[in-house]
Every structure is written in structure tokens, then in C-alpha cells.
Design a protein around this ligand. Structure first.
Ligand SMILES: CC(C)(COP(=O)(O)OP(=O)(O)OC[C@H]1O[C@@H](n2cnc3c(N)ncnc32)[C@H](O)[C@@H]1OP(=O)(O)O)[C@@H](O)C(=O)NCCC(=O)NCCS
Length: 117
């Protein structure tokens, strides 16, 4: 489901570096990234579940290793579930977790024309 969300055209168009591989490769990449989370302690990955379905996810990765750790945020919610507060809930949870894990600042980059739809 993560790969379906990330490859959805309405999500992909706002991605600064859109994924160019095929779905099988994307599934593999998500699987590998999730497995690596066990050892990569500088990353946060949270999944939003509603009525047993994955509706979105948020990730934070460390941009540097200094004292002022900066986290880079990526967030995607499936377009079928936009505007229902899932993005807000995911982001709030990620901010709390990032604070607890010692991130001093979070950044999110997006395309300037990215407006709420
Ligand atoms: C951005 C995104 C995660 C929001 O998810 P969502 O579940 O619809 O968010 P919410 O329902 O919690 O909406 C929260 C608020 O953000 C606003 N909002 C949503 N998308 C927005 C955007 N692109 N620009 C500005 N505001 C936006 C909503 O209008 C809402 O405002 P309100 O609280 O005043 O009503 C979702 O639209 C998405 O996945 N977009 C494609 C990927 C993307 O743009 N990711 C971010 C850049 S990496």
C-alpha cells in the first residue's frame, strides 16, 4: 500500500524527486527501507492506519550528525483520504517522536505551486 500511495499521480506530482522505477522495484525499496529501520536509529517512519487500511505515512531522516540535528520530513496521504485530518495527525506524531529522539529542527521541502486541493 505504501508503494501505491507514493506512486499515485496526485502524490507523485508534488514529489521533488519523483520515483522513476517500476512498482516491483518500489515495493522492494520500501521493504528494504523498513527492514533497515531496525538498525538505522536516525530515521523515523510512521504509518497511518484507518479502519485497518494504510492511508498514509511520514518519514524523517537526519540531514546531519551535529548537535543541532536537522530532520528532513516527507509525508504522503492517499488522495482518497485527503482533507480528513490524517496528514495533520501523522505530522503531529512525527514531530513528537522527532523531539523525543533529539531532533532540534525539522524541514520539509515541496514545490511552490503545491496547494491544498
Ligand atoms: C499534504 C498532504 C500530506 C496533506 O494530507 P491531508 O490528510 O489531506 O491533510 P489534512 O486533512 O490533515 O489537512 C491539514 C491542513 O493542511 C491543508 N493542506 C493540505 N494540503 C496542503 C497543501 N498542499 N498546501 C497547503 N495546505 C495544505 C488542508 O487544507 C488543511 O487545512 P485546514 O486544517 O486549515 O483545513 C496530502 O495532501 C498529500 O499526501 N499530498 C501529496 C504529497 C505532498 O504534497 N506531500 C508534502 C510535500 S513532500
Amino acid at each position: 500500500m505504501l508503494a501505491e500511495i507514493e506512486s499515485h499521480p496526485d502524490v507523485m506530482r508534488w514529489n521533488i524527486e519523483p520515483y522513476k522505477g517500476d512498482m516491483t522495484e518500489m515495493y522492494r525499496a520500501f521493504k528494504e527501507a523498513i527492514e533497515k529501520l531496525q538498525v538505522e536509529k536516525d530515521k523515523i517512519f510512521l504509518v497511518g492506519i484507518f479502519e485497518g487500511m494504510v492511508v498514509g505515512f511520514v518519514g524523517v531522516r537526519s540531514k546531519d550528525e551535529g548537535l543541532n540535528r536537522i530532520g528532513e520530513v516527507g509525508i504522503s496521504v492517499h488522495p482518497n483520504h485527503w482533507g480528513r485530518g490524517f496528514g495533520t495527525s501523522l505530522l503531529k506524531a512525527a514531530v513528537e517522536k522527532a523531539k523525543a529522539e533529539g531532533f532540534a529542527k525539522l524541514e520539509l521541502e515541496t514545490i511552490a505551486s503545491n496547494k491544498a486541493m
